[in-house]
Write a protein of this length. Sequence first.
Lengths: 119, 286
Amino acid sequence: MKILVVDDSSTMRRIITNTLKTLGEHTIIEAADGVEALAAFKDHPDTGLILSDWNMPNMNGYDFLLKFREANREVPVVMVTTEAEKQNVVTAIKAGANNYVVKPFTPEVLKEKVGGFIK
Amino acid sequence: MKIVVATTAATTSNMIRGAIQQAKVQNCEIFEADSSEKMAAAISEDAVVLVDWDMDIALGTAFVKAAREASESVPILLLCPKQKAGTVFAGMQAGARGVVTKPFTAKELIQAVASSLKQAQGKRPTVNVEFINPFIESTRNVFSTMCQIEAVRKKLFLKDDYTMLGDVSGVMGLSGDASGSVVISLPAKLACTVVGRMLGEEPAAELTNDVCDGVGEVINMIAGQAKAALAETKYHFTISIPSVVSGQKHEITHKKGTPNIVVLFEAEGQDFAIQVCLAPNESNGD
């Protein structure tokens, strides 16, 4: 399965990737912001899951989610972000996020929140 | 004005005398103290204490502590050689308020002394403690959750100058019901350990771009979690994209006229600092 990891921090992309690797053999595609993520999905339309940060330069995760959902309602998107206020969680879910992980997180929490979307 | 120089080397006092003469400062008495007792006895209302940091760290720290015990308000500045910049944590924790890097020009010394006196004599702004606790809690939580490292809070103090205590600092701007910045400043070795633990990898041997990126993510998480906790009160913020500055004695400016609160932590046997400088906006009611 192809998984797109979107975060402006290369450290956070590696942390997420290292955790995803414990859930099986997957191809990880990385993007540093919403613009790169849209382009990456265009290049890899068979991507089966997207994990996206919220606060990023160029295009933030929320705007990416809105844009992405205009064309695709199928692929699950899990927000992985420091934006922990309830209002933000509700806003993201309304915009089409399938789940929400608040940073900081343990590998167990991340696995629990994304495990159901991994085939 | 009285400058009390705590040093065991006469060259330091001579350097300061030369700077004062060069700057043509009037009515300035310079008192050299080679023991804590002499120094404490010389501290008066209009004094500034300059502690020579080019000596044994324990002795330098003892000087700072004695000066702080002698007066809660006297400005204490460390005269620190560039190569010892990584050791100023101990002096700041003991009660110093700023650092002047050696070698210094007459202008740099006079400006630092004048600025510290002005701040000491002026009324200090009120510290809004409700801003601090969420950052202390989120720091502990980020370190334990992401790095399995216990961060122990050691001390809280105000810091006026812009020189950071660590070798690498992550900075986040906050705006909304209050505005300002939050900074984490770490010694290089601890930064490498923290980022290595986050990644589940061996720590890098020195500061790399990857380590700096990791420090940015650490402050992002600390600020984000504190922001969420503060949203439960009356303060709602938006946070910026983190930026990272590195290098010995690097400087990061903070909002003028707002208390810049430093929380000193210990982790893995090393000190690091969280610096919070936040002021409520006037439109925030009370």
